[in-house]
Write a protein that binds this ligand. Structure first.
Ligand code: NAI
Length: 233
């Protein structure tokens, strides 16, 4: 793979950290954002780390110059949160925080890079959604809505940007072992997964790398599931 400039949000841990490592090990130049750069766990000559809170419009504004001078060819919208609660107890704040971070954050960050990609007439946008957005999950009305929103956003954007050779896809992981799912993994759940195991970060990273590559030139507007077969349409 020819070296590209890649921007990844939430690159400090879990799936995002794995994606940063994957692109670095393929020789790419990476801009990774996180909320506290002093605690970033990786160092590399080809890695730039910068602070960004994707739920904060001001922070996005401050980030504009950093993105424009970096000039990303590939964007991975990875940062996301959960604030689970049963629907009748779900507060406005729990709803709004998750929608603001996962969905509006993805919209705002994508806006920062889209202009540059249009000028370059090449780009790859990969949004990390979730099977929760496709199958629903009790206690996750906010999260499921945000993630299926990301899938709809992906399809519309794919139609708008396709003529400029920019592909836009979603990656929908199932259960992947990270901090986010730490207290959820159990034997009952594993039994429901046809491949018989919780996913690992590398399972998601390999799909993201494929979608960013020239091998995926003719794939756009899709939501690709990586879940060991847990959800089948
Ligand atoms: P994680 O909790 O380990 O990492 C989330 C990352 O997002 C962290 O780097 C965190 O700092 C960042 N983040 C959260 N809010 C932010 C904000 N306002 N501004 C900037 N950064 C922010 O979770 P994990 O598992 O690595 O999740 C990564 C993505 O994958 C998320 O979008 C998540 O919804 C999605 N996903 C994860 C699954 C799993 O099983 N772990 C399953 C399906 C989707």
């Amino acid at each position: 793979m020819e070296s590209k400039k890649v921007f990844i949000t939430g690159g400090n841990r879990g799936i995002g950290k794995g994606i940063v490592e994957g692109f670095l090990s393929n020789g790419n130049e990476v801009l990774a954002s996180c909320r506290d750069a002093s605690k970033f766990p990786l160092e590399n000559d080809r890695l730039t780390v910068a602070e960004l809170d994707i739920a904060d419009a001001k922070s996005i504004d401050n980030f504009k110059n950093i993105v424009e001078s970096f000039g990303p060819e590939i964007l991975v919208n990875n940062a996301g949160i959960t604030k689970d609660n049963i629907f009748l107890r779900m507060s406005d704040d729990e709803w709004l925080d998750v929608i603001d971070t996962n969905l509006t954050g993805t919209f705002r960050v994508t806006k920062l890079v889209a202009k540059g990609m249009l000028k370059q007439k090449w780009g790859r946008i990969i949004n990390i959604s979730s099977i929760s957005g496709m199958m629903g999950n009790p206690g996750q009305a906010n999260y499921s809505a945000s993630k299926s929103g990301i899938d709809g956003f992906t399809r519309s954007l794919a139609k708008e940007l396709g003529s400029r050779n920019i592909t836009v896809n979603s990656v929908a992981p199932g259960f992947i072992a990270t901090d986010m799912t730490d207290n959820l993994a159990n034997e009952e759940l594993t039994k429901k997964i046809p491949l018989g195991r919780i996913g690992n970060v590398e399972d998601v990273v390999s799909l993201v790398l494929f979608l960013s590559s020239e091998d995926a030139n003719y794939i756009t507007g899709q939501t690709l599931v990586v879940d060991g077969g847990l959800f089948m349409k």
